[in-house]
Design a protein around this ligand. Structure first.
Ligand code: SF4
Ligand code: SF4
Length: 160
């Protein structure tokens, strides 16, 4: 079992972008979109931690060899993947190590994007950063993050 992965998930167990349930603002838009075929990327070995109720598939394309999970739009919070715990934040490796940023893929679904990083709770931002740094020190997660950053870069380029 990957201890770093467990710890990173734990760090993000009880934090959310806002003090209130932001799903009330948008009608759980990201969960509804998470239920489609796109799914959420899983960190290496995360499929061992998320429990049942998800369909796990190869991510394909530039992320071939990595896994995505597709949900049915609702889940037990304890089982949700890191991608959902972090959303609508993501990371960039522009400086050679992870830095948090808003996730460009969130623009079509998440109303929090309009307020940017400053609109989200400092505790949420701090914990996402802490979890990402921890994962960065794990070789398998680091390789995954480098691959995912390249994928995110293609979305960043599209939105420029
Ligand atoms: S789409 Fe944004 S505001 Fe809505 S539940 Fe997801 S993170 Fe919260
Ligand atoms: S796994 Fe849970 S938190 Fe993530 S998109 Fe699906 S329902 Fe939402």
């Amino acid at each position: 079992m990957n201890e770093v992965l467990i710890k990173s998930r734990d760090i993000l167990e009880n934090v959310t972008p806002l003090r209130v349930d932001c799903g009330r603002i948008c009608g759980d838009a990201c969960c509804k979109s998470g239920g489609d075929e796109l799914g959420m990327y899983l960190f290496p070995h995360e499929e061992e931690l998320i429990g049942g109720g998800f369909t796990i598939k190869d991510a394909g394309g530039a992320m071939k060899g990595e896994k995505i999970c597709v949900c049915n739009g609702s889940c037990d919070r304890k089982t949700r993947p890191l991608s959902c715990r972090i959303f609508p934040l993501a990371f960039s490796l522009k400086s050679g190590k992870p830095e948090i940023e808003t996730d460009v893929r969130a623009w079509p679904v998440c109303p929090l994007m309009n307020s940017g990083l400053d609109g989200m709770l400092p505790e949420f931002r701090k914990r996402v950063y802490e979890a990402l740094l921890l994962l960065w020190n794990d070789e398998e997660s680091k390789s995954f993050m480098i691959k995912l950053d390249r994928e995110l870069e293609s979305y960043r380029t599209l939105t420029l």
